[in-house]
Design a protein around this ligand. Structure first.
Ligand SMILES: [Zn+2]
Length: 303
């Protein structure tokens, strides 16, 4: 049972109501993770300031460590807030011990028009994607396209807080793994998704020429951001996502992440940790593993 308490607008500007989420008590492990330096008063002040900056029709919801501004109806708002809470709780459980050290806004725009108009008018951002995007201070989502991008974008501030030196391949691999995810025995698990087909095409040599071939794991791991997000980004995302999906399906994703975090000074790209993790499940030859992985990916199905 979840309860909303609506606080009638003390200091809140026209049209933007402030709702305070009454959170059920968190289990002790996650309570420790929530112990950021930010107080309830910090959140209230932040929410009030945000409310003042928004046009009519937005509702502000405090969902720590985020503040949500949404202009959809009650059902859409609740769905959005539930997705944020579900994602944060599941990510904390298996991956992250620290919350972001600053309050991030999540804008949940009800449809394409609201998303395009408001990102432009209010935040001077021109989205190059119909789904949503993030900056270091806010996540901008077109909620009418579903919650997948929201989950994806929530991973990034958590990586920034917990693994500041994280290489792009792992940051985007994990975020894109969970953009299509579900709960399995209380844990978040990624599922196959739309990134599968372009990767399969590339692996079969049928992808667009300008995208090139799927990178080797060694190349992928050592890519800087400019290369990862460059012309070959589609096979880069696909390779990163389905490499992590393979680790997840073999129950070694979480151990890999924890080992990588511990050994990042000696292994900044994660490749040596990847080799070690794979050796632990009997994959001692990276060339042989690559062939096996490609065959496995080509046999995957979506939907
Ligand atoms: Zn991303």
């Amino acid at each position: 049972m979840r309860l909303f308490y609506w606080v009638a607008g003390v200091g809140i500007a026209v049209g933007a109501a402030l709702a305070v989420w009454s959170a059920p008590p968190r289990p002790p492990a996650t309570a420790a993770a929530t112990a950021a330096k930010l107080s309830a008063a910090d959140y209230t002040a932040h929410a009030a300031k945000l409310a003042k900056s928004l046009p009519d029709g937005f509702t502000i919801l405090i969902e720590k460590p985020f503040v949500i501004a949404a202009d959809g109806d009650a059902a859409q708002r609740e769905q959005g807030q539930k997705t944020v809470r579900w994602t944060v709780d599941h990510l904390r459980k298996d991956f992250f011990t620290k919350d972001p050290d600053h309050i991030l806004d999540i804008f949940l725009f009800k449809d394409k028009d609201s998303y395009e108009k408001n990102t432009k008018d209010l935040y001077h951002q021109s989205p190059d994607t119909p789904y949503g995007f993030a900056t270091t201070s806010a996540l901008y989502m077109n909620l009418s396209t579903g919650g997948g991008t929201l989950v994806h974008e929530i991973v990034h501030p958590y990586i920034a807080a917990n693994f500041p030196e994280c290489p792009t391949w792992f940051n985007e691999g994990l975020a894109s793994l969970f953009e299509q995810s579900m709960d399995k025995n209380g844990h978040i698990v990624g599922l196959t998704n739309w990134r599968l087909e372009p990767l399969q095409k590339t692996l079969r040599g049928e992808g667009p020429k300008e995208e090139g071939r799927a990178p080797t794991f060694k190349t992928l791991c050592s890519m800087d951001a400019a290369t990862f997000y460059g012309p070959t980004r589609i096979p880069n995302y696909g390779t990163a996502r389905y490499l992590l999906y393979y680790l997840q399906e073999n129950d070694v994703l979480i151990p890999f992440y924890k080992d990588f975090l511990k050994s990042q000074k000696d292994d900044p790209t994660g490749y040596e940790t990847l080799k070690k993790t794979l050796a632990g499940i009997g994959e001692n030859d990276m060339d042989a593993f690559r062939l096996k992985w490609e065959k496995w990916v080509l046999a995957l199905k979506y939907p």
